[in-house]
Design a protein around this ligand. Structure first.
Ligand code: HEM
Length: 106
């Protein structure tokens, strides 16, 4: 069913060791995720992306809900060589909720 941002806020706990989101969010181990939905990949200023992510960004990867969903299902499967050390979110509803949450930070 459609993503629930309140449920997604809880799913985002799995990301918070490495990512912040919100108006004043700073990059940590991972880039700040404010405004990431719909944005071209690899655009957070000052963040040092992997060569793998940089290459896909140059090839035109945009974090649409579909693409971010594919990435989060299996990060290293979708983007071999990524330095994002995260096993992935296999549950469709968790991803839908998380993406709805991220979309509340344009
Ligand atoms: C990159 C989301 C979990 C570390 C990214 C990007 C997204 C993302 C959308 C690409 C951003 C861009 O292109 O600017 C998430 C979400 C997570 C999660 C929603 C939780 C479900 C984690 C965890 C870690 C991590 C747990 C650390 C252990 C990183 C790193 C990158 C990255 C280092 C840069 C990847 C590269 O340059 O290859 N993440 N992430 N992320 N994330 Fe995550």
């Amino acid at each position: 069913s459609a993503g629930d941002p309140a449920a997604g806020e809880k799913v985002f706990r799995k990301c918070q060791a490495c990512h912040a989101v919100g108006a004043d969010a700073k990059s940590k181990t991972g880039p700040a995720l404010t405004g990431v939905i719909g944005r071209p990949a690899g655009k957070v200023e000052g963040f040092s992306y992997s060569p793998a992510l940089t290459k896909e960004a140059e090839a035109g990867l945009v974090w649409t809900p579909d693409k971010i969903g594919e990435f989060l299902t299996n990060p290293k499967g979708f983007l071999p060589g990524t330095k994002m050390s995260f096993a992935g979110l296999r549950k469709d509803q968790e991803r839908a909720d998380l993406i709805a949450y991220l979309a509340t930070f344009p």
